[in-house]
Design a protein around this ligand. Structure first.
Ligand code: PMV
Length: 314
């Protein structure tokens, strides 16, 4: 079985579109699993998923689902294999689509890795990341590359668009609650509204983007040192700048406040904004109280995830 986890933006969304750094982290609470099982000889590649009316569908019958067919094709091409193997790929996903959790990249990563494992071959993380990025292009045109990188390396990523993509390790485990406010706005809408704001007031908005960029720089240093208490204040500041970019809304502001009043060191929206998810930095002892307070205040889903420190390699 091959598993790929989701991703979350920790800090720096929106400003990252303007060349500022952002940090994204793996989201272990949601994942895609793919089981590759040998098919009877001559049946070729088939795909199954729990909610499909029919199991074992041949690739030709799902040609309208490039999110599934493209990763499989890319895996075969990577291995220079022209004759399809006889294999059924059984997909199970707990990642909601269009949630900002990287469902497309996780599906692609799990499919490619499971095909390669089934064929007894191996692939480097760099090569896998490249292939998953190719699949991301079908979903997002010119994607930033952050989703595929976090998902493939399963590590926090410090990221500057078209420039830097650095996996890094945190000095100490930390815990996040991820709460959905019950409604969402497509990311392209909020991105386009921030663009209009920037064009109308380039100096004022430019300063906000600079502030967010500085928070991300400072936060990376804290994270690497394992000083997570300071991170909470930075998340709060980042949320305040996002509010000024008009991408928060009443429910995000309210639930962030509820999280802070119930033990979170900091909270902010995560991703495109105006709905979707907020994240709260929390101590393990406060998780229960904060989670129930968020639910009572209207959160429709609350996930808990731990960002793990890497064990020392020596
Ligand atoms: O909704 P998500 O998690 O994919 O995040 C969108 C992040 C933005 O910075 C708002 C847009 C982007 O392309 O980086």
């Amino acid at each position: 079985m091959t598993r790929a986890y989701g991703k979350l933006i920790l800090l720096g969304e929106h400003a990252v579109v303007y060349g500022k750094p952002a940090i994204a982290v793996p989201l272990g609470a949601v994942y895609v699993d793919v089981d590759a099982e040998a098919n009877t000889a001559g049946s070729g590649i088939t795909v199954s998923a729990p909610n499909w009316a029919q199991p074992n569908l041949p690739l030709a019958e799902i040609s309208n689902m490039p999110a599934i067919t493209k990763p499989i094709e890319l895996a075969l091409r990577h291995l220079d294999i022209e004759t399809s193997p006889d294999v059924n790929l059984h997909i199970r996903s707990t990642i909601p689509i269009a949630s900002g959790f990287g469902s497309g990249a996780a599906l692609a990563s799990a499919l490619i890795q499971s095909m390669i494992d089934f064929l007894g071959q191996s692939i480097s993380k760099d090569a896998l990341n490249h292939l998953v990025y190719e699949v991301e292009k079908i979903h997002h045109g010119t994607p930033s590359g952050i989703d595929n990188s976090v998902i493939v390396y399963e590590q926090p990523i410090y990221f500057v668009r078209d420039q830097i993509l650095q996996p890094f390790s945190v000095g100490r485990d930390f815990h996040l609650l991820v709460a959905h406010v019950g409604h969402a706005t497509p990311t392209y809408e909020t991105v386009s509204d921030v663009r209009k704001l920037y064009e109308a007031k380039p100096e004022r908005i430019g300063l906000i983007l600079d502030h967010i960029g500085q928070i991300v720089e400072d936060a990376r240093a804290l994270l690497e040192r394992g000083e997570h208490n300071g991170l909470g204040a930075m998340m709060n500041q980042n949320h305040e700048w996002l509010r000024q970019l008009t991408v928060s809304d009443e429910s995000l502001d309210h639930l962030c406040q509820v999280a802070r009043e119930n033990g979170a060191w900091g909270a902010k929206l995560s991703g495109g904004g105006r709905g979707g998810n907020l994240i709260a930095l929390i101590s393990p002892e406060q998780i229960g109280q904060c989670e129930s307070a968020l639910r009572d205040a209207g959160a429709t889903q609350v996930l808990h995830t731990t960002i793990k420190a890497q064990p020392p390699t020596d």
